[in-house]
Design a protein around this ligand. Sequence first.
Ligand SMILES: [Zn+2]
Ligand SMILES: [Zn+2]
Ligand SMILES: [Zn+2]
Ligand SMILES: [Zn+2]
Ligand SMILES: [Zn+2]
Ligand SMILES: [Zn+2]
Length: 328
Amino acid sequence: MATASNVSSEVCSICTEKFRDPKLLPCFHTFCLECLQKSVSSSSKDGQFPCPLCRYQVTLPEKGVAGFQTNFYIAARAEKQVHGGGECCGVCEQQATHSCRECEILLCESCTKCHQTLPSTRFHMLINLGESGAGIPLLSIQKFCEKHNEEKLRFFCMPCGKVICRDCKLTNHEGHKTKDISDVVKQARTSLTKTKVKLEKYKKETDETYQQIKHTSNEISINIEHTQRELNTLSKSLMKSPENVINKLADIEEVNKETFSKESCPLIERQRFLQGQIDYAGAILEEGLDSDVITTDDEMKGRLKLRRDIWLHYIATMNCQKFHISDL
Ligand SMILES: [Zn+2]
Ligand SMILES: [Zn+2]
Ligand SMILES: [Zn+2]
Ligand SMILES: [Zn+2]
Ligand SMILES: [Zn+2]
Ligand SMILES: [Zn+2]
């Protein structure tokens, strides 16, 4: 399994290979559909399962693992690597600027415009083969309302926190204060940037705490080793073994090793959780769709405080162990 520092955004951390059918979890960690299915089948309980990387508790969608959102950004980046080299449009002979995965065709600028307006293809997600990043989206898709198929999603309902269409505005959301998406996205972008900075701060704090705890754990081990050696010498001279104390020391060391092992250390999980959020926020800010910028910020803020209790408790437990040695 990957550690916090080498989680690459382009490789599945379960199979350590390029993603096949990448599924995005609510903690923003991505895994292959198949890898995730295997992991979930052995770890789910009551419709919930822990993320294989950060142990964030995820609720299984009704359709199962396949119901998770596909991470289109990863698929798009892979596609761009293959077709980014100035190939020709599959319709006319001009230079391709976009790729449609659904039609498996490359399109030039004018054919792209066509694709985006024809009723049969206007829902297709197109991958921008040219420059992306710095706010230029990697994907281009016109999002339409799920309820009112013909209507573009172009308003943000303030009280509901949802992206809606004109018909929604006149029916379900009548009287609600709405703003134009283009007016909201700027603010959401600024806010997501702030959230990312905050996450980076938390990550730094977690890294530092981890180092401290690691130091404590090592200190405990060294102290125990030292005490054991002294006791051994002492027992030889007394011709009697202080077994109770020796056993107690072994117990403490066992707990120490176990609490600090990478598999059970909540700080490692928190490092991975935070890194996942930071990476995703970074990618969305760089080349994400406006609607994703808006929703990502809200989702992230809701998670900032999560699981804080668990690791605060952990740090306290870890620090307590230090004093047991002098209590012997
Ligand atoms: Zn995989
Ligand atoms: Zn996760
Ligand atoms: Zn063309
Ligand atoms: Zn298409
Ligand atoms: Zn609608
Ligand atoms: Zn509303």
